[in-house]
Design a protein around this ligand. Structure first.
Ligand code: SF4
Length: 372
């Protein structure tokens, strides 16, 4: 009976319930106020109007400011609380911060932007879009670490003809012997693509039992396929294979697997090995110089537009310093500037005033969470 009631409440064909907000309550209160009320009702309405409604409006304002974040700073509502790497007290301190993304090319800062999300996965697409706004073009190649590897990001790069030299989460782990030898991992089960089934360690077919749609925080929907073993009862390997009470079920995103295969090929190619070797030299060195050598660890302003201005001035100064250090006769610089045509020198310093030039051929992403 109860289950039927719950099933009725959760009927997917039903229209979604209309949100019950403070405006709706105000309308109903006004309607009730027009009618005759008992003393008790008058008292209840007064409490609602004077105490509960203002509180609800306050919560609504907070939720509105919060958007799809988990927290925000009251002193600068654009900032989100993030766990910082420099935690002197070592107690997992949270500080209001932005996730600052920079891209580099030959150790010059080519682009930067700030995001309120602590995870890097959500920043790649907006970063590339803002890169396109600045240079009127998307980069042809992106080199970034595994924090940026997600199905959504791979799809975006594929759709925009960007070569993704971007690792995924398990890229290093799956190359370890312990991982390769573990026959129970779903990644290591045999898959028959023609008949669409997996084979478990006890040589049982795991047939397709359905699909599952997962929605990411940015709204991207990925579809996974579910496969289930026919009968795990009494299997002597069950304690090693699954914790499930019934039959073992696995969830596989074939689209993500397809992207991963392409990434493996790209990263192990000659060009991929070269780009990977450049990562510690490219963005990491800029990051080190920024945070350690120049002590650029904190912003001195509030609000995003002021941070952007602050960082823009820093990036210009940084690039001028880099140009000076490398020396104008350096071949590497001229090769780099050659990508921008005759006005190559100008691009590094004038991007903030809206001058659009050709795009970089590659982008190395690095993130630094900078406390405000
Ligand atoms: S527990 Fe099930 S899926 Fe795992 S090996 Fe045994 S039969 Fe196969």
């Amino acid at each position: 009976m109860i289950e039927e009631g719950i099933a009725g409440d959760n009927n997917p064909d039903d229209d979604p319930p209309t949100p019950f907000n403070s405006e709706e309550i105000k309308k109903r209160v006004a309607q009730i106020n027009r009618e005759n009320k008992s003393k008790e009702e008058q008292k209840a309405i007064k409490t609602l109007e004077n105490k509960l409604l203002p509180k609800l409006e306050e919560y609504e304002r907070h939720l509105d400011t919060l958007g799809n974040r988990n927290s925000y700073s009251k002193t600068d509502t654009d900032e989100t609380f993030m766990r910082m790497k420099e935690d002197h007290i070592l107690n997992g301190q949270l500080k209001p911060a932005y996730n600052v993304q920079i891209s580099t090319e030959s150790q010059f800062i080519s682009h930067y932007d700030f995001y309120p999300y602590p995870t890097d996965t959500l920043t790649l697409i907006p970063f590339l879009n803002s890169f396109e706004n600045r240079y009127n073009n998307l980069p042809g190649k992106v080199v970034a670490d595994s924090g940026y590897g997600s199905e959504e990001n791979y799809e975006f790069m594929q759709d925009n003809d960007i070569e993704p030299f971007v690792k995924f989460n398990y890229y290093h782990k799956e190359q370890k012997r312990a991982f390769k030898k573990n026959g129970f991992l779903s990644q290591n089960l045999y898959y028959n693509s023609e008949e669409d089934y997996y084979v478990c360690p006890m040589v049982q077919h795991m047939d397709k039992v359905g699909n599952k749609r997962n929605k990411t925080a940015s709204g991207y929907t990925s579809t996974s396929t579910l496969y289930e073993a026919k009968n795990c009862n009494g299997c002597p390997l069950k304690c090693l294979c699954t914790n499930a009470k019934g039959n073992r079920r696995i969830e596989v995103s074939h689209n993500l697997n397809r992207h991963k295969q392409r990434i493996r090929e790209l990263l192990t190619s000659e060009e991929g090995v070269y780009h990977r070797s450049q990562r510690p030299i490219e963005p990491e060195s800029v990051f080190g110089q920024t945070k350690s050598n120049k002590h650029y660890n904190r912003f001195r302003h509030f609000k995003k537009d002021k941070f952007l201005m602050d960082f823009a001035i820093f990036a210009i100064a940084f690039n001028i310093g880099k140009l000076h250090l490398k020396g104008l006769n350096n071949k590497e610089i001229w090769a780099f500037l050659g990508k921008y045509g005759q006005k190559g020198v100008v691009i590094l310093f004038l991007v903030k005033i809206g001058v659009n030039f050709k795009s970089f051929s590659s982008v190395n992403n690095y993130n630094q969470k900078t406390a405000a």
